[in-house]
Ligand binder design. Structure first.
Ligand code: GDP
Length: 365
């Protein structure tokens, strides 16, 4: 599965948020046969308006959203890159995630102690980012010279890595994150991904505000939103305390609770959707009388790989994929309408899956 790591300084609201996520996941669990979750890993459904429409049209008995995982990665303090606190463990955990959800304390009120004795989300973000940059810098200072040596000896792969990681190292030396690296081609892009640099991962900032500020944010969250915009990143405003409360409410009471606060949907839903966007993935669908279901593949995946998401037999015995674009599926009123209108395409092994495709796989067993 695809994983987002929840990071941030102590006492910013990470566990509160993570617990709200797992409560939500527990409420959803009925739909999922495989909901084994480690203590600090929660797997949640991705809310999906397109899936709702597909299900209506296909008149499916149930709908099953695609899922992503969140990992609560505690233990970041100043000096983590030098092994302070749970430093090394923290960095190892973060290396394994596909994206970072960075929680920032934007609530003033209360007697909650701030680790650094003042509420300043921009300074907090810098503290965290600095630790991550130092860790990347440290690892590249050791790796790049070896790669350069190998490249000079004619190793082609090392040449690609030396070029792209050399660029990342130059950025880090200027205190810039590795995500600003511009790979020259697909090979370099892959090499950069393989390197699993902490500051190359996409980031979502989550501004944790007080209950009263949940609908419109506050001056602190506005500063984070400006920072995010300047970095080409995304920020969402959320009140972890409210989310924790909502998660414990029975479903039928949630809407009334939300509208009392001036909210249209839960902050968690917005956060989950933003995190899913951040991962840069593609959603395809299957639709039948039993269920309509959303599935996830990486961008650029071909039809057999998509089939493999459902079952490895589908990939091994792949023959073709009967495919309808999402818009065609909706406009034509479903599969048979699309077939009649000539909008159902028979796609082969080389077909690159498009976001929103409704697919039916034909395969040999
Ligand atoms: P973590 O160390 O980042 O995991 O932070 P926690 O989730 O344990 O939260 C630290 C403290 O801040 C707890 O006492 C929470 O109840 C409190 N807290 C979390 N979110 C909010 C919030 O939105 N408003 C206020 N006033 N307190 C909060």
């Amino acid at each position: 599965g695809f994983r987002c790591g929840i990071v941030g300084l102590p006492n910013v609201g990470k566990s509160t948020l993570f617990n709200a996520l797992t409560e939500t996941a527990a409420a959803q669990a009925a739909n999922y046969p495989f909901c084994t979750i480690e203590p600090n890993v929660g797997r949640v459904a991705v809310p999906d308006a397109r899936l709702d429409r597909i299900r209506e049209i296909a008149a499916s008995a149930q709908e099953i959203e695609t899922q992503i995982e969140f990992v609560d990665i505690a233990g970041l303090v100043r000096g983590a890159s030098k092994g302070e606190g749970l430093g090394n463990q923290f960095l190892a955990n973060i290396r394994e995630v596909d994206a970072i959800v960075h929680v920032l304390r934007c609530f003033e009120e209360g007697d909650v102690t701030h680790v650094e004795g003042r509420v300043d989300p921009i300074a907090d973000a810098d503290t965290v980012e600095t630790e991550l940059m130092l860790a990347d810098l440290d690892s590249l200072e050791r790796r790049v010279p070896n790669l350069v040596k190998k490249a000079q000896q004619g190793d082609k792969e090392a040449k690609v890595e030396a070029s792209v990681l050399g660029q990342a190292l130059d950025l880090l030396r200027e205190s810039k994150p590795a995500r600003l690296t511009q790979p020259k081609d697909v090979e370099e892009e892959k090499a950069l991904q393989r390197a699993q640099l902490l500051t190359a991962k996409p980031v979502l900032y989550v501004c944790n505000v007080d209950e009263g500020d949940a609908a419109s944010g506050n001056a602190l969250s506005a500063r984070v939103e400006d920072k995010a915009k300047a970095e080409g990143a995304v920020a969402v405003v959320i009140s972890a305390a409210i989310e924790a409360e909502i998660a414990t409410l029975p479903e039928e009471e949630r809407d009334a609770f939300l509208s009392d606060l001036g909210l249209e949907e839960t902050g968690l839903n917005r956060m989950i959707n933003a995190a899913y966007q951040l991962l840069g993935l593609i959603t395809f669908y299957t639709a039948g009388p039993k269920e309509s279901r959303a599935w996830t593949v990486r961008k650029g995946a071909k039809a057999p790989e998509a089939a493999g998401e459902i079952h490895s037999d589908f990939e091994r015995g792949f023959i073709r994929a009967e495919t309808i674009g999402y818009d065609d599926f909706i406009t034509c009123g479903g599969e048979s309408g699309a077939r009649d209108a000539g909008k159902l395409r028979s796609e082969g092994k080389e077909y690159v899956v498009k976001d929103g495709d409704v697919m039916l796989f034909r395969f040999n067993v």
